[in-house]
Design a binder for this molecule. Structure first.
Ligand code: TXA
Ligand code: MG
Length: 309
């Protein structure tokens, strides 16, 4: 606890100086900077080698802080009350007098925001006088980090400080919901699609269907372990790493279990970690068992399909 306090103080010091800091969240680790600072946010793009046209998610402590920068609707409030703090991001309209740096939004009038649940980062956000812009703390297009060590793997000494909050509990990024015009899920993630849909669809008049479209930063190639991936495989080749979600009678050295009980939430949590381990073990290709396309399985398949391109 004492250690945490001094680490939070360190993080504040760096952030106040417009430096980037690694922060833990329940989804994945973020590379954070003062969202009001042009200088700080610019450093995020440079470190990640991220195209400037790919906007950042801004992390807030609570609704009061958010209201300084964003316009909110009843629909938003409903989702906020149900899911926040938690693994969900919202695309909202920016207020005209908001202080958010133009780097964050790529000069657009919409902004993605989220309220992380991780206690350490919440304590940090509570004392800061500004929200934190934080994309996942990985090089652009690569695998997202789920521990402090993963962030070090990505950036080495290029980041001055990382707040260590242990392993991320959810292990995949937040679900992104756009509340501009008709609500839409833009990215599958840490909350299952049907849980969110329940709140968006008007039960009496099912006027619209929630479509799944892609956010600017989630191109066809993403989450790349830089090794070929084959999906829906029953029997892998000898030299391949094999990712499974259900225990087999005979396990082999090249078997990597995302779950042993077909638990899709557990499998999502282990996905990025396992891809990193396989990469470290220098396998030349990855085979993946068929993963049911329901609940968290949808999120896993979304990531694996992009990773396999
Ligand atoms: O769980 C998460 O969301 C993590 C943690 C660190 O909070 N963050 C994260 O950020 O995944 P990032 O930058 O890796 O992914 C954010 C995605 C990008 O694909 C970006 O294009 C999209 O959100 N995005 C950001 N602002 C947007 C906006 N105004 N409209 C639509 N998409 C937006
Ligand atoms: Mg990312």
């Amino acid at each position: 606890m004492k250690n945490n306090l001094s680490n939070i103080k360190k993080a504040i010091k760096y952030l106040n100086n417009n430096e980037c800091v690694g922060i833990p969240t329940e989804t994945v680790y973020g590379l954070a900077a003062n969202a009001y600072s042009d200088k700080g946010t610019l450093k995020i793009f440079k470190l990640k080698k991220r195209p400037k046209k790919n906007p950042l998610i801004v992390h807030y402590y609570n609704l009061n802080d958010l209201k300084k920068d964003c316009l909110i609707s009843l629909k938003f409030l409903k989702l906020y009350k149900k899911f926040c703090p938690g693994p969900i991001s919202f695309v909202l309209k920016l207020k005209r007098n908001s202080r958010i740096s133009n780097n964050v939004t790529n000069n657009k009038k919409n902004i993605a925001v989220r309220f992380p649940r991780h206690q350490l980062t919440r304590r940090l956000l509570k004392v800061l006088k500004y929200p934190l812009a934080a994309p996942s703390a990985n090089l652009s297009r690569k695998i997202s980090p789920v521990s402090k060590k993963d962030v070090v793997d990505e950036f080495g000494k290029k980041i001055k400080f990382i707040l260590d909050g242990g392993r991320s509990k959810i292990g995949v990024e937040s679900t992104i919901v756009s509340l501009i015009n008709k609500p839409k899920i833009l990215r599958l993630g840490g909350i299952e699609r049907n849980k969110i849909n329940k709140f968006l669809i008007n039960k009496n008049k099912k006027k619209y269907k929630i479509k799944n479209i892609v956010v600017p930063g989630q191109g066809k190639i993403h989450y790349s372990p830089e090794i070929p991936i084959r999906l829906n495989i029953k029997n892998p080749k000898k030299y391949e790493a094999f990712m499974l979600i259900k225990k087999r009678k005979i396990s082999k050295k090249n078997f990597f279990y995302l779950s042993k009980k077909k638990n899709l939430k557990e499998a999502a949590k282990n996905l990025y970690k396992t891809l990193r381990i396989i990469k470290k073990n220098k396998f030349k290709s990855i085979a993946v068992e068929k993963i049911p396309d329901i609940g968290f399985g949808e999120t896993i398949n979304d990531r694996l399909i992009r990773a396999s391109k």
